[in-house]
Design a protein around this ligand. Structure first.
Ligand SMILES: N[C@@H](CCC(=O)N[C@@H](CS)C(=O)NCC(=O)O)C(=O)O
Length: 209
């Protein structure tokens, strides 16, 4: 399979999760401005919506949308999803929140036509992060078990640091815990991103949201 990605974008969550699952995959970079892939293909012919991530399966199927990509990986490695009777429901619940509430709250930072909304977006993102702050005290979003949802939140916390969103000490500690995982270290280095163990050090990354 192959993950289409852009460095530091939300597709980082898929790459981290693939590494966590031990799934061997190829990775093809997409230039978000030209929509041309590393191998010279028109990305819009691969994903007409133009977004990363897209996970291309060996049988020709293509999966778009972070929620679906991360769910697919968690299906392959159930250890990356919360356990229990409501485990999958809880995973979809948090992935939906991360995607439809938190991720979209970052949009003013990447959309030049929404530059006027940026100051407000800092507050909105900060408040959203506060809402989940209480969930990360027992290591990860689902307690001691690292899940694909943590990979997604980690990718967005990098953006929060880059855009000057204030983050609680608890969330900062969470970020550092996730950053220390070998899968995350590998993913960051593969994407040419700084070895971000601290939110403070990440302002140089090329923001792509
Ligand atoms: N709804 C999509 C959104 C993905 C998304 O926003 N991807 C960004 C990178 S984080 C992107 O590809 N942006 C390129 C663009 O807007 O042209 C998903 O959840 O997968």
């Amino acid at each position: 399979m192959k993950l289409y990605y852009a460095p530091g974008a939300c597709s980082l969550a898929g790459r981290i999760s693939l590494h966590e699952a031990g799934i061997v995959a190829e990775f093809e970079r997409v230039d978000m401005k030209t929509k041309i892939t590393e191998q010279g293909y028109d990305y819009l012919s691969i994903n007409p919506r133009g977004y990363v991530p897209l996970l291309a399966l060996d049988d020709g199927n293509a999966i778009t949308e972070n929620i679906a990509v991360l769910e697919f990986i968690a299906d392959r490695d159930p250890g990356l999803a919360p356990g229990g009777l409501l485990g999958r429901t809880r995973l979809i619940e948090i992935l939906s929140w991360l995607s439809t509430e938190l991720h979209v709250a970052f949009r003013p930072f990447s959309d030049s036509s929404r530059a006027a909304e940026r100051a407000n977006a800092v507050d909105v993102v900060a408040k959203l992060l506060e809402i989940i702050s209480e969930r990360i005290n027992e290591l990860y979003l689902f307690g001691p078990r690292f899940t694909v949802a943590d990979a997604y939140l980690f990718a967005m916390l990098r953006w929060a640091g880059a855009y000057g969103v204030p983050v609680s000490p608890e969330m900062h500690g969470y970020f550092e815990r996730v950053a220390e995982r070998p899968s995350v270290q590998l993913a960051l280095s593969e994407e040419g991103l700084p070895d971000a163990r601290s939110l403070i050090d990440i302002s140089s990354f090329e923001a792509l949201i």
